[in-house]
Design a protein around this ligand. Sequence first.
Ligand code: ADP
Ligand code: MG
Length: 290
Amino acid sequence: MTELKPIKEGKVREIYDLGDSLVIVATDRISCYDVILKNVISKKGTVLTQMSKFWFNMTKDILPNHMITTDVNEMPEFFRQPKFTGNSMQCKKLEMLPIECIVRGYITGSGWASYQDNGTVCGIKLPEGLKESDKLPEPIYTPSTKADLGDHDENISYEKSVEILKDIYGDKGEEYAAKLRDYTIALYKKCADYALTKGIIIADTKFEFGLDEDGNVVLGDEMLTPDSSRFWPADGYEAGHSQPSFDKQFARDWLTENKGKHDWELPEDVAQKTIDIYLEGYEKLTGEKL
Ligand SMILES: Nc1ncnc2c1ncn2[C@@H]1O[C@H](COP(=O)(O)OP(=O)(O)O)[C@@H](O)[C@H]1O
Ligand SMILES: [Mg+2]
């Protein structure tokens, strides 16, 4: 068996390069306030990978995605180990387009901050009188550029995304920019409508797209996981204040309450509760148990 080394180890995910494809592994690490906690949230990686798989399957009629398989028996022998089972996805390698494709159905986070400041988000004028966490009349596309490590991503207008892609792809840039916008909205609408029937609000999310060898736009990265999205419980949703986040709120609250006393390690019961929340979210959305 050939030992493989990841080409990239992020806070939560690890990536292996197989030439034409990648294996993206979601680990059981959890980061809160940008710190990796000492706890392992067992099955978290599997929940994230299986969620992406679920959405990729649900939306492949909208556009193709990069998923090849999540079955380690179809991957190189190295991946046939328990630590890769369930949490790994082999993906077609793409030339990633340098735009983070964000869509917001509700106003919160940096969108809310921008709206309070000047009534717009990424150059889009929104109706007056919106409250924090309000549902928007229509979902809006609010792209950003991927910042270098340490910087915050920068929100940009749609026109700026056209410019960026034209600089790289010439005349094709305009077509790519329009596709990213239209696919992003279509994916969000389909999945948010579905999630609502399962009691979950997808407030906003981020997609990443790339080009395959024929120049087709293909959906990449992770899809609609709690790490790339804001999920809120529909039960108890109320505009006018921030909403509890579905996944990490419990861990975050504990860390805040115990500020200065903890060493970035959750007590066993808090860690267990966090695992339960991830599993519950997965079961609610997919109707399946892991
Ligand atoms: N199919 C793909 N082909 C090539 N790169 C991909 C593909 N899917 C995702 N990526 C890239 O893999 C990387 C995943 O890294 P990630 O752990 O999310 O850290 P970060 O987003 O901070 O770079 C991202 O740069 C993403 O754009
Ligand atoms: Mg990423």
